[in-house]
Design a protein around this ligand. Structure first.
Ligand code: GDP
Length: 278
């Protein structure tokens, strides 16, 4: 094999990785294996040191490629003093309400004036749960025990907080145990009514293979602009997060790392990609 073929093999391996819809551990390992194979088969006389240098370079290229793929700006970033509406979507139990409170609390510490609207009229107890968490974080909240139309509650809440000059109005929405047409229609209507500046998709890190499908389904009804992955403490962070990014073409912005309101970290792509490359 001449050098041209060798570099062709390496380029092909990298191209295969960049063409994959979901880049997970398997795809990355496959790419590196292919590069190693091309190097082994190389008929050029290369000493071990040179092979190591080439492998290192391939690792670096892979690193930069993955970094680029998973570094991205959310479709909107809130600014202090400018009113914005942020809508949270996700299945029931994904950690949506918890993440709304964490997100509000995080921004409050940064000097924002956040408030949360409970547009979950589907699950009994949803408003009480939000009320309890928001009170603990000292974040104003809005909701209703009587009104069953989530759009009405959301609109009233958003309008009320806009009038009161809150700059970060967070809308917590209802979920379902499974992906259901009625849920996606509700999300579409809520987005149409409240016109969010950013829709955040909340996903449980443990959902595995169904992550791509789930993220894509939400993204079809509302335009997702950022992703939050919850329950990442201790778990192997990986596949699911990558699938959600691929499906929504939106970056992960925060990780939930526990049940307390400050168990919330800004997503840092470098250690994540390093771990992926093993
Ligand atoms: P929702 O139905 O999507 O609103 O989900 P909840 O916010 O009610 O969360 C469901 C459960 O997951 C609750 O018991 C939360 O305390 C828990 N939870 C949420 N985020 C995290 C997290 O990052 N780590 C852990 N360990 N638990 C979490």
């Amino acid at each position: 094999m001449v050098l041209g073929e060798l570099s062709g093999g390496i380029v092909r391996a990298l191209a295969n990785m960049s063409n994959a819809t979901i880049v997970d551990q398997k795809v990355v390992t496959g790419c590196l294996d292919e590069i190693s194979r091309a190097l082994m088969q190389a008929d050029v006389s290369m000493d071990l040191l040179k092979i190591k240098v080439l492998l290192n370079r391939s690792q670096n290229i892979s690193f930069h490629f993955l970094l680029q793929r998973y570094t991205g700006k959310p479709s909107f970033t809130p600014e202090k003093g400018k009113p914005s509406v942020i809508m949270f979507v996700g299945l029931q139990g994904s950690g949506k309400t918890t993440s709304c409170i964490k997100y509000a609390y995080y921004h409050k510490k940064k000097g924002f004036k956040p408030a949360i609207v409970c547009a979950d009229t589907f699950r009994a107890g949803a408003f009480d749960q939000l009320k309890q968490g928001a009170t603990k974080a000292m974040i104003p909240f809005f909701g209703s025990y009587e009104e069953s139309d989530p759009v009405k509650v959301a609109l009233e809440g958003v309008e009320t907080f806009k009038k009161e000059n809150f700059d970060l109005i967070i809308v917590d929405t209802s979920g379902r145990h499974q992906q259901e047409a009625s849920l996606f229609e509700e999300m579409r209507q809520l987005a149409e009514a409240t016109k969010p500046d950013l829709v955040i998709f909340v996903m449980d890190s443990s959902i595995g293979q169904s992550a791509f499908d789930q993220a894509q389904a939400f993204n079809r009804s509302v335009s997702v602009g950022a992703v939050i992955i919850t329950k990442t403490e201790g778990a192997a962070k990986g596949g699911g997060a990558l699938s959600a990014v691929a499906a929504t073409k939106s970056p992960v912005i925060f990780l939930g790392t526990g049940e307390r309101m400050d168990d919330f970290e800004i997503f840092d792509v470098k250690p994540f990609v390093s771990r992926l490359l093993g």
